[in-house]
Write a protein that binds this ligand. Structure first.
Ligand code: G3P
Ligand code: MG
Length: 251
């Protein structure tokens, strides 16, 4: 088995790219993440109506594009015609929804490692993971990849189709039976929501030696508190806020 992606994971992971400074999950959010000093980014992966793996968070197009309706009901050609940036800024109107393949090529050129969060339409888990596998198997990628999902069926499918990738279970609050849940899908890491911080549960997971990451953390103070508690990495919309030391000194 290949080494765990957690071996080389960074303390700061750009959440949907540098999504505080650029439209989430787009090429400019990846470029901006690297510009701010990040070397890991998290993105959300789902599929189009014609089964292509694409990078998009919501089920509905309305928040992050100029289209409407459900992503799963649009072909890749229809999705590619949409403006995925103007909702964020009038200067981002050239932004398009990325395919997973385009993302891998871009991230590879940026030396950016990726947490691919599997975000399937409920009921389309197998198709989503299969689409990801088709792309991952044929696209050369020299950086690390970590898979994660909130979805049990997606993680089960990844356990069979993408077993050589490190896989994490996403939760909101850390559940009492976190170990059983992780074991049932073969996950080796746990990612939880900063809204539901429970110091005792964090201690339990960290004591067991299980890699633990927390989303979404946009203040340095909270990040430092979590690192002190043993959290390995945090997902942030603002990598530069958490990477103050890494920034060149300006005068
Ligand atoms: O993967 C961590 C985090 O992104 C999970 O929540 O809703 O931002 O995809 P969400
Ligand atoms: Mg996500």
């Amino acid at each position: 088995t290949p080494p765990s992606a957690y071996k080389g994971i960074s303390r700061v992971i750009a959440h949907r790219g540098a999504s505080g400074s650029a439209p989430e999950n787009t090429a400019s959010a990846m470029i901006e993440a690297v510009r701010q000093g990040a070397d890991w980014a998290e993105v959300d992966v789902t599929i189009s109506a014609d089964g292509h793996a694409i990078i998009f968070h919501d089920h509905n197009l309305v928040r992050c594009t100029d289209g409407k309706g459900l992503v799963i009901q649009k072909t890749l050609a229809e999705l590619k015609a949409l403006d995925a940036g103007s909702w964020f800024s009038p200067f981002s109107s050239d932004e398009r929804i990325l395919t997973l393949e385009e993302l891998l090529i871009l991230a590879d050129s940026l030396n950016l490692s990726l947490n691919l969060e599997i975000k399937p339409t409920i009921g389309r888990e197998a198709e989503t993971v299969w689409a990801m596998q088709q792309v991952l198997r044929k696209t050369p990628f020299g950086q690390s990849i970590l898979l994660s999902s909130f979805n049990y069926f997606a993680l089960k499918e990844a356990q069979s189709l993408l077993s050589h990738y490190t896989r994490a279970l996403n939760v909101e609050a850390i559940p009492a039976d976190w170990q059983d849940r992780m074991e049932s899908v073969g996950a080796t890491g746990l990612h939880f929501d900063a809204e539901f911080i429970d110091t005792d549960m964090i201690g339990e997971v960290v004591s067991a030696g299980t890699p633990l990451a927390c989303f979404t953390v946009n203040s340095l103070e909270l990040a430092q508190k979590l690192y002190r508690a043993g959290v390995s990495s945090v997902f942030t919309d603002y990598p530069d806020r958490l990477l103050l030391d890494a920034r060149p000194v300006s005068r």
